[in-house]
Design a protein around this ligand. Structure first.
Ligand code: CA2
Length: 150
């Protein structure tokens, strides 16, 4: 099982600024945690980050025949990007949208997510643990005994 983990703009700054909102863990620490946790579940997790919307679109487009699922924190593009929404709809892979912060407790402009319309599920407010929760949810979805594909 192959999982593509995408992080959007400014998430490369994790651990360096605004620790009160986004925590002290760096992006590479977070990615290592996800790769290790994925290994434990039998997943091959590939991690990518970009500050560019088009780059994220290209990775999503290319995922269709190579990956079984996508985990994405689109950063601020969550609230603006129909392009990322359309790319996710076009590949039709189970997608979990993750946010470190609880976007619903923050400014009004963060309350809407275009990406959620293409997401199987959305996790927000649990910090880095949210990514591990997303992997666990996908594991259960792909387990033959579970029925979570709705
Ligand atoms: O809570 C999240 O994960 C967000 O996707 C993070 C985005 C924000 O625009 C979304 O509304 C919610 C921002 C990512 C910025 O990341 C930084 C990390 C450390 C220091 C500065 C920015």
């Amino acid at each position: 099982m192959r999982v593509l983990l995408l992080n959007g703009p400014n998430l490369n700054m994790l651990g360096r600024r605004e620790p009160e909102i986004y925590g002290r863990q760096t992006l590479s620490e977070l990615e290592s945690l996800c790769v290790e946790h994925g290994q434990g579940l039998g997943f091959d997790v590939l991690c990518r980050q970009s500050n560019y919307e088009g780059k994220l679109v290209e990775w999503i487009q290319g995922a269709g025949d190579k990956y079984n699922a996508i985990i994405i924190n689109p950063g601020a593009y969550t609230h603006t990007s129909i392009a990322i929404l359309d790319a996710l709809l076009s590949v039709d892979l189970p997608t979990v949208e993750v946010h470190l912060s609880n976007i619903h407790r923050r400014e009004d402009f963060r309350h809407n997510s275009y990406v959620s319309k293409a997401a199987w599920g959305v996790i927000c407010g649990f910090g880095p643990q949210g990514y591990l929760m997303a992997l666990d949810a996908l594991f259960r979805r792909f387990s033959p005994t579970e029925t979570m594909e709705a």
